[in-house]
Design a protein around this ligand. Structure first.
Ligand code: PLP
Length: 390
């Protein structure tokens, strides 16, 4: 039986960008030892106190259908958090709890784009973005950034990428894969383009607690933006709760009303015991968030020290998030060639930049997601390998 064009072409054909990751997994399955610096997941598990809150809630009976928009107390808590961070008045009516940020991204595109409309996004990008946009029935339109701009988008490039039928622009700060944090001037430029072209801004802020330099600014706080911005948030990265699947969309009340209707007809909400655990986690405040972020902050410092002692690679010091973007163009190899050769020679797996879009060609992304000693040793080996190739 024929399936829909949309589902069959979700990943746009060709490689899904995960070839090196799959090769590494195959080697591991065959009994080999591989250092994996590929996926964005903590090397710690969810805090036992959060798990206890989840267990208490489930055993207390919160196992039936939860309220579709989210448990009121969690919506209130998320609204308070977002208001405190951004200064924008926010109530529970501006909040929909979703099964992770990923479901939020999909729903936000469903809400802003009709089938065939164009949805802009910034390249390099989190690997799921184009497929998420296609899944929502829209056309993904990348806007390329430049390594020389630390991969921050220029307003003029976004404006130039606008095509007939463009309805939305998706940005991500702090950024996966580049570690870039968008400064005020960059965000003001983005906001101006959105206002001028009447675009929705979908702002993926799932790394907002992992900021190493500068301060996170939500574009929803900029003049005239609260009415056209949908913020995507998540417990995954901030609280090492990737498997719990709990996130949110924050936006104008009317849009959230329609998104609740979409949730009723798709996910039917998030498990109540997961939401209670998320509420408990958020109630622990910034201290817990800082503790979850601390290993990445440490490894970033380690990495910058190691990279300062070599000249085969150029590092883009990450300002946020759990990744290190390395410019391997001095080796003359593509990101994919480098990643495959590194895996062959040293059994170290990293992501080729090309997995994250054409703008990241000639780069590799290193996830800072293994123990400090092992991370430092792998990075030194990687640098020595690069030095043999320049
Ligand atoms: N957005 C970005 C930029 C990500 O890196 C990720 C996960 O890696 C997500 C969204 C999705 O996160 P989740 O669905 O676990 O909240």
């Amino acid at each position: 039986m024929q399936l829909s064009h949309r589902i069959e072409h979700l990943t746009g054909g060709g490689s899904d960008g995960w070839d090196v990751y799959h090769r590494a997994r195959d080697l591991i399955a065959a009994g080999e030892k591989v250092v994996e610096l590929t996926i964005g997941e903590h090397d710690i598990r969810t805090d036992p106190a959060i798990l206890k809150a989840m267990d208490d809630s489930a055993r207390g009976g919160h196992t039936g259908y939860a309220e579709v928009p989210g448990v009121a107390a969690l919506r209130d808590r998320v609204a308070d958090r977002v208001q405190a961070c951004s200064g924008v008045p926010t109530t529970r009516d501006n909040v929909l709890i979703t099964p992770g940020g990923q479901a939020g991204l999909f729903s936000a595109h469903c809400a802003t784009c009709d089938p065939g409309d164009a949805a802009l996004f910034i390249d390099p990008y989190y690997v799921t973005y184009p497929g998420t946009i296609r899944g929502a029935g829209a056309r993904p339109v990348p806007v390329r950034t430049r390594p020389g701009d630390s991969f921050r988008p220029r307003a003029a490039d976004i404006a130039a990428a606008i095509v007939p039928g463009a309805k939305s622009l998706l940005i991500n700060t702090p950024n996966n894969p580049t570690g870039a944090l968008y400064d005020r001037a960059t965000l003001e430029g983005i906001a101006q383009v959105c206002r001028d072209a009447d675009l929705w801004l979908i702002s993926d802020e799932v790394y907002d607690t992992q900021v190493w330099e500068g301060a996170h600014l939500s574009p929803r706080a900029l003049p005239g933006m609260a009415e056209r911005t949908l913020v995507i948030g998540s417990m995954s990265k901030s609280h090492a709760m990737t498997g719990s699947r709990c996130g949110w969309i924050v936006g104008p009340e009317a849009a959230i009303g329609d998104l609740i209707n979409l949730a009723t007809h798709t996910t039917y909400g998030v498990p109540g015991f997961v939401q209670d655990a998320a509420l408990f986690a958020l109630d622990q405040g910034a201290e817990l968030e800082a503790a979850v972020a601390a290993p990445f902050r440490r490894r970033r410092a380690q990495a910058l020290e190691i990279l300062a002692g070599q000249n085969a690679l150029h590092a883009l010091p990450p300002q946020g998030a759990m990744y290190l973007m390395l410019d391997i163009r001095p080796t003359g190899m593509s990101g994919s060639e480098f990643a495959n050769a590194l895996l062959d020679a040293h059994r170290i797996a990293v992501m080729p930049g090309e997995s994250f879009g054409a703008a990241a060609a000639g780069h590799i992304r290193v996830a800072m997601t293994i123990a400090d000693d092992a991370f430092a040793a792998a990075l030194k080996t990687l640098c020595a390998f690069a030095a043999t190739r320049v």
